[in-house]
Ligand binder design. Structure first.
Ligand SMILES: Nc1ncnc2c1ncn2[C@@H]1O[C@H](COP(=O)(O)OP(=O)(O)OP(=O)(O)O)[C@@H](O)[C@H]1O
Ligand SMILES: [Mg+2]
Length: 504
């Protein structure tokens, strides 16, 4: 029997946060050095070879942009050849290269890191902070991921835990965790819509809470829509303005870019509280004659809203889709919960108020709810826990296989409840065929090329016989975490076949 505690960890794109439920049942956020409850999800190596994580990494990122990794959650579980990786390469100062398994590796301080390793560094830091604070070793955690993470991305987070000997006892979805923070132990019966707009990702889930049962009705999102994109809108505007005034493109200067990026985010945040702010950076670059040049601009809230309107539109389109998927209308939603730092932007709240005809609830803390929910769920998983919670979640995108001609054959539709299992019977197409290979994809497109490849599964040890005379019964299993495993057997003999998985 385990005695050591399980903590809850919100592994965010921008900030990470951890919490624990104490003996008496109180939820405690884990403070960092007595102060902040969140730690920047940033990893760096300085010129002396020291590894820096969190605030220490953030403090030096203007001066060391090439060796400072931020926003890496956007690259987790992504194949190198993808639009998202292409887009990331354009905006980050660190080098993004192909790894051995069509994955991505990053160079930091002349060393190569996989996304598993980067996530592991951040998880380890959070674990250390928690262990120090709680004065006990931490070996187990519930870790949250965006609802819209696919199987491959979820597996990457599990693997990150393994690298540092941290057992990720359960992966749960961020919006679901936020709903737990809102309703666990409060005897609530409500339908809530969680609108989670963080630094890197957007998630929306409709969750029916019936006391201790949390049932996700539908979910949707975009793993490439978040605060970073709002910052980028400001950055593009600044670059364009500067180029039109001076003819100089600052995009090629990593240190200048880092300074602009920093101020862009601060400007955006300030504009949530004020109507206008100055955007000034002295000595950003020099003319060819050696004359120093400054950036001097003014941003208004109106300007920011115009520059980012399309982003807010995209979130609302997704909200509308999830409502349709759940078979509910805006009137059926009892509460709209705001989660994620970017929901502090006034226009986001205004647009949601118009959409639903009521103001969103402030019932949860936008930065802390996800970690709090993870901690509550962690507590419920402990042996003999008095807190009993039941999560009924769904998969965010369809899972299926490739048919001839590249068509996608759906095995589980999106929003299929998990855990879930489906069986499919295939037969051999050649005489004496001993292997059967199948490519599995996740996504909502009808053509597999537009979906994410989860793996190529090969079932071997098929009885040699005439074509079409041997059946292979294939079982698809999606566990409570949204992770797929597959097995195959010969229904005539009952023998299990050997399964190997390759991702390329
Ligand atoms: N007052 C504010 N106004 C506007 N945006 C803000 C404000 N405060 C924080 N943000 C933005 O919120 C984002 C960070 O939000 P949060 O910490 O919820 O993200 P995260 O959990 O790290 O990311 P994700 O959930 O996408 O993985 C940043 O882009 C930050 O600039
Ligand atoms: Mg978040």
């Amino acid at each position: 029997m385990h005695k050591d505690p399980i903590i809850g960890i919100d592994l965010g794109t921008t900030n990470s946060c951890a919490a624990i439920v104490e003996e008496g049942g109180n939820v405690k956020l884990i403070p960092y050095k007595g102060g902040e409850y969140t730690i920047p999800s940033i990893f760096a190596i300085d010129d002396k070879g020291n590894e820096l994580i969190g605030y220490e990494a953030k403090r030096q990122w203007q001066l060391n942009p090439k060796n400072t990794i931020y926003g890496s959650k956007r690259l987790v579980g992504r194949p190198f050849k993808s639009d998202i990786v292409e887009a990331m390469k354009k905006v980050v100062a660190y080098s993004v290269r192909p790894g051995k398994k069509n994955d991505v590796v990053l160079d930091v301080g002349k060393k190569e890191f996989t996304l598993q390793e980067i996530s592991a560094k951040i998880l380890n830091k959070i674990r250390d902070v928690a262990a120090n604070y709680l004065k006990t070793p931490i070996k187990r955690a519930v870790v949250t991921v965006p609802a819209y993470f696919n199987d491959r991305q979820r597996q990457t987070v599990k693997e990150a835990g393994k690298l540092i000997d941290l057992e990720v006892v359960r992966i749960i979805n961020e919006p679901t965790a936020a709903a737990l923070a809102y309703g666990a132990g409060k005897g609530v019966t409500k339908k809530v819509l969680v609108y989670d707009l963080g630094g890197g990702t957007f998630d929306v889930s409709i969750i029916e809470i019936r006391d201790r049962v949390f049932e996700v009705k539908a979910t949707g999102g975009d793993v490439f829509l978040g605060g970073i994109d709002f910052d980028n809108a400001i950055i593009h505007h600044v670059l364009k303005d500067f180029a039109s005034k001076t003819g100089i493109d600052l995009a090629t200067d990593p240190v200048a870019m880092q300074r602009i990026k920093d101020l862009a985010e601060r400007t955006k945040i300030d504009l949530s509280a004020r109507d206008d702010v100055q955007f000034n950076i002295p000595f950003i670059t020099m003319t060819s004659q050696g004359q120093p040049l400054n950036i001097e601009m003014k941003f208004t809230r109106k300007m920011l809203e115009q520059l980012t309107n399309h982003l807010v539109d995209r979130t609302l389109q997704m909200v509308a889709r999830v409502l349709v998927d759940s078979g509910l209308s805006t009137k059926d939603i009892d509460e709209v919960l705001l989660v994620g730092g970017q929901t502090r932007m006034p226009i986001v709240q205004d647009r949601l108020t118009k959409f639903f005809g009521k103001t969103p609830s402030k019932g949860v803390h936008p930065d802390e709810a996800v970690a709090v929910g993870a901690a509550l769920y962690a507590k419920s998983l402990e042996d003999n826990s008095s807190l009993r919670l039941q999560l009924l979640d769904v998969i965010p995108m369809a899972i299926g296989l490739e048919r001839a001609g590249g068509a996608f054959h759906t095995v589980f539709p999106r929003n299929a409840p998990i855990p879930n299992a489906k069986q499919l019977v295939a037969t051999t197409s050649m005489d004496n065929q001993t292997e059967l290979a199948m490519r599995i994809f996740q996504g909502d497109h009808e053509q597999v090329v537009k979906n994410d490849l989860l793996g190529e599964f090969t079932f071997s040890g098929i009885r040699p016989a005439r074509a079409g005379s041997v059946q292979v019964e294939i079982t698809f299993d999606v566990n409570v975490e949204g992770i797929l495993t597959m097995r195959a057997r010969d229904p005539a003999t009952g023998r299990e076949m050997k399964t190997t998985v390759r991702v390329s």
